[in-house]
Design a protein. Structure first.
Length: 345
């Protein structure tokens, strides 16, 4: 038995090891499981540092990097690294203390510094995909992993809102803008995904783990809103966040039915590293329920978030065990599992 070298960046979901572990750590912290939460935090840090080292080594020509990032199929998934910094920064901020706040602020700055040029690079082609003459052709290439751009934007909104000193601070204003921008980006990418379905009818093979970001993208929008806005259930912000939570909830049976359809046609799914992409939305849904319930006084939504934590933790354990089992296998990862992000980074 030979221990294989951990995958460096053979697939877009590599970003989600950090995101999935950090969000389940956040949920565990909120439910009083402090030992579990701290252990998961250290695992998230251990997964994050090699990704940083790998990206610093690979991004040697910034202009070439941005040129390749102009294609949504590479630029938007690459924002997964920004999402890593934001979600990990949020977990560190919850530790409390000045040192944790400084580290979180540094992660926020790094994430924003990468997010802004990536968004600027990918925006022209996104605009063409929405309004250009060949918008159907561009939109038909849309994939679930494009929604990592939404996760990155809303993740920065959450961290900025958490670090802000109040509703009249610059960070709070930035969080509000990012929150709204992330929501618009989600709608735009969903429109493109719908265009893809019109051109390419859905088949069981198309039910991939990254589709769970359809739910996770709304869930993190909810968390960003609940972090920055608090009020009565009938307030405008409370209504928007609560409706968004309901939409996230509605995605769960649809996505679960898709997984069942794939399983009945193609057999039970085996472990692939892309399964981490599914864990993050499950953890985010738990957190979004708890925060929505506490921020706007809707107790039953908070209770659903508490119950859902068991699902998120079980999913994390199952995928982590699959990752360990895969690490001790002799065969190397197949070329088919490699993502277009490898070409970018």
């Amino acid at each position: 038995m030979t221990l294989r070298r951990p995958h460096g960046r053979p697939w877009a979901g590599a970003f989600n090891v950090v995101m999935a572990t950090a969000i389940v750590s956040i949920a565990a912290q909120k439910f009083g499981l402090h030992v579990v939460s701290i252990a998961l935090l250290w695992l998230a840090v251990a997964a994050f540092l090699p990704l940083v080292a790998l990206d610093l080594r690979r991004v040697r020509a910034p202009l070439g990097f941005l040129r390749r990032a102009s294609a949504p199929g590479t630029g938007l998934p690459a924002m997964g690294f920004v999402a890593d910094t934001a979600v990990l920064g949020t977990r560190v901020a919850l530790l409390g203390g000045e040192a944790a706040r400084v580290i979180s602020a540094v992660l926020l700055g790094i994430g924003a510094l990468i997010w802004l040029p990536l968004l600027a690079a990918v925006s022209p082609e996104l605009g063409l995909g929405l309004f250009g003459a060949n918008r159907g052709e561009i939109a038909s290439r849309a994939r679930g992993e494009w929604l990592l751009g939404v996760v990155a934007t809303e993740g920065l909104a959450i961290l900025a809102g958490l670090l802000s000193s109040g509703r009249h601070s610059a960070l709070h204003d930035a969080a509000t803008v990012l929150w709204a921008l992330g929501g618009l980006l989600y709608l735009a990418i969903c429109w493109m995904l719908a265009a893809h379905l019109r051109r390419h009818p859905l088949s069981p093979r198309d039910i991939t783990p990254d589709l769970w970001i359809l739910m996770g993208g709304i869930a993190i929008f909810v968390v960003a809103g609940a972090t920055s806005f608090r009020g009565r259930p009938g307030s405008v912000s409370g209504l928007v966040v609560t409706v968004a939570w309901a939409l996230a909830s509605a995605w769960i049976p649809v996505l679960a039915a898709g997984e069942l359809w794939r399983a009945t046609r193609m057999g039970l799914p085996r472990f692939t590293p892309e399964r981490w992409t599914m864990v993050f939305p499950l953890g985010m849904y738990s957190v979004c329920g708890v925060l929505t319930g506490s921020a706007f006084g809707v107790g039953w939504i908070g209770r659903i978030g508490h119950w859902w934590f068991a699902v998120a933790l079980a999913a994390w354990v199952a995928v982590a065990l699959g990752e360990l089992r895969s690490a001790f296998r002799r065969p190397a990862p197949s070329a088919q599992s490699r993502s277009r992000v490898e070409d970018l980074l």
